[in-house]
Design a protein around this ligand. Structure first.
Ligand SMILES: Cc1cc2nc3c(=O)[nH]c(=O)nc-3n(C[C@H](O)[C@H](O)[C@H](O)COP(=O)(O)OP(=O)(O)OC[C@H]3O[C@@H](n4cnc5c(N)ncnc54)[C@H](O)[C@@H]3O)c2cc1C
Length: 418
């Protein structure tokens, strides 16, 4: 494994940096957060404009095949672009689900007509997609999805969708959603599901934002009441919904290595130098217990970087990255949460104040304090990821399964839920 850029990678890095310098403003500080003073609607419109600009310059989807408007680049190039972009004050993250999970599933499982109609507007930020998987009774175990799609019997070629999803990121702004629905309850729990895409403004779709502790509504409840879906909006085969879902989840796993804001430990060091110390210390930096925490943060960040390098090396050699991505997910989310709690503790009672009343750099702390717990849940909870590590990497005995060989209907009657 070589940690230095190859000549081609260095040239690509230069190309990214040059384009970003010409098209965006550099961050004043590494912990600047874009658009903290903007409403969600204004932030979305800025994110769309930035995505449009990136797509026009060829940076809109670095690893997508050129046939779909991507750059046809490598995962290493994707990381290089993200590293360079992190130094600029631009909106990031809004299109992660849309372009990182949903549309790549359409490439693999969608019909040609769907690809032709939807890929380009999504790439250019003109349409936003959400992922409608989790339900009140189906999260870690998506095999228990109860939202049902039934064939209509009035002569139209399509389905009627009824049920409820929850935690759907950005559904209130999404133009389209990829929905996983039960189409045959007599089949086993994974075999009887089918994927469809829906227009989020279809009659019968109701989106209710969930207000979070930080005042924002990042995710939503989504209700379906007799929503008509033409069969042409089916993605993949009838009963093939789990396959489509796995493609999206696999792409989510591949993108997870990049969740760690670069230079987080420097932000912590900066806060320690600026925070008053306890027990007679002038600053928090003089306290060896704080310096120990800073060392942990630094070592975790370096360890994550090395894990990411291993994952990228595997991808570069055409292999599936294995343990490193699962482990990176757990460590990254935990480290972000530890950082936020540590930074908050340094401030004492002042930590209760809103970021606007605090010194520069506090916006990131506040965001992480509220948001990092969610990172330990989204994309697989810590416990589920640990189960995977135990079974698939350490070869430990699998969890006992009581659902094998049973139809979804039988499981429902027995009262199973996730
Ligand atoms: C920020 C965020 C964004 C999200 N965005 C989306 C989205 O856009 N679309 C979408 O569909 N979903 C989304 N989700 C939902 C997310 O996928 C689920 O929250 C997650 O899969 C966990 O499911 P659950 O909340 O139903 O918890 P449950 O599955 O009910 O789990 C509850 C608890 O039980 C534990 N547990 C469950 N099963 C086991 C087991 N077998 N062994 C050990 N422990 C277990 C879990 O670890 C957890 O602690 C999002 C979630 C978050 C936090």
């Amino acid at each position: 494994m070589d940690f230095n850029d190859s000549a081609a990678e260095a040239a690509f890095r230069h190309q990214c940096r040059q384009w970003l310098t010409e098209n965006a403003t550099t961050k004043q500080r590494p912990d600047d957060v874009f658009g903290s003073d903007l409403s969600q609607t204004a932030l979305l419109s800025q994110a769309r404009a930035w995505q449009r600009k990136k797509a026009a310059a060829g940076f809109g989807a670095i690893t997508w095949p050129t046939a779909f408007g991507g750059m046809g680049g490598t995962p290493v190039q994707e990381v290089i672009y993200r590293q360079e972009e992190a130094a600029f004050n631009v909106p990031t993250g809004i299109f992660n689900v849309s372009l990182g999970m949903v549309i790549p599933s359409l490439f693999v499982h969608g019909s040609e007509a769907i690809i032709r109609q939807h890929v380009e507007p999504a790439l250019h930020g003109d349409s936003l997609w959400c992922q409608l998987l989790s339900e009140p009774g189906a999260g870690s175990d998506l095999g228990m999805v109860r939202t049902r799609a039934e064939r209509v019997t009035d002569g139209r070629d399509g389905w009627l969708l009824n049920g409820q999803k929850v935690w759907t990121t950005l559904a209130q702004f999404a133009d389209y959603g990829l929905v996983l629905a039960r189409t045959d309850p007599q089949q086993g729990k994974f075999a009887g599901m089918t994927s469809f895409y829906i227009d989020m403004r279809s009659p019968g779709v109701q989106v209710r934002p969930i207000r979070q502790a930080n005042g924002e509504a990042e995710f939503n409840e989504v209700f379906f009441n007799n929503v008509f879906i033409p069969d042409s909006q089916r993605i993949g085969a009838e009963g093939g919904g789990w396959k489509v879902t796995l493609t999206g989840l696999m792409n989510e796993r591949l993108s997870i290595g990049g969740v760690m804001p670069p230079k987080l430990w420097q932000s912590a060091a900066d806060l320690m130098l600026r925070s008053p110390g306890k027990h007679g210390h002038h600053t928090a930096m003089q306290d060896s217990r704080n310096r120990q925490k800073l060392s942990d943060l630094y070592l975790n960040a370096q360890g994550l970087w090395l894990l990411q390098c291993r994952g990228l090396t595997a991808l570069g050699q055409g292999k599936e990255p294995g343990a490193e991505l699962s482990i990176a997910k757990i460590v990254a989310a935990r480290t972000l949460q530890d950082f936020a709690y540590f930074a908050m503790d340094l401030q004492g009672a002042r930590g209760l104040l809103d970021a606007k009343a605090q010194a520069p750099g506090w916006e990131l702390v506040q965001r992480l304090w509220f948001g990092s717990a969610g990172m330990r849940i989204a994309g697989g909870t810590d416990e589920i990821v640990k189960n995977n590590v135990g079974e698939r990497i350490l070869g430990l005995p699998p969890e006992p399964r009581t659902d094998k060989g049973k139809s979804f209907r039988e499981l429902l009657d027995e009262g199973h839920s996730s």
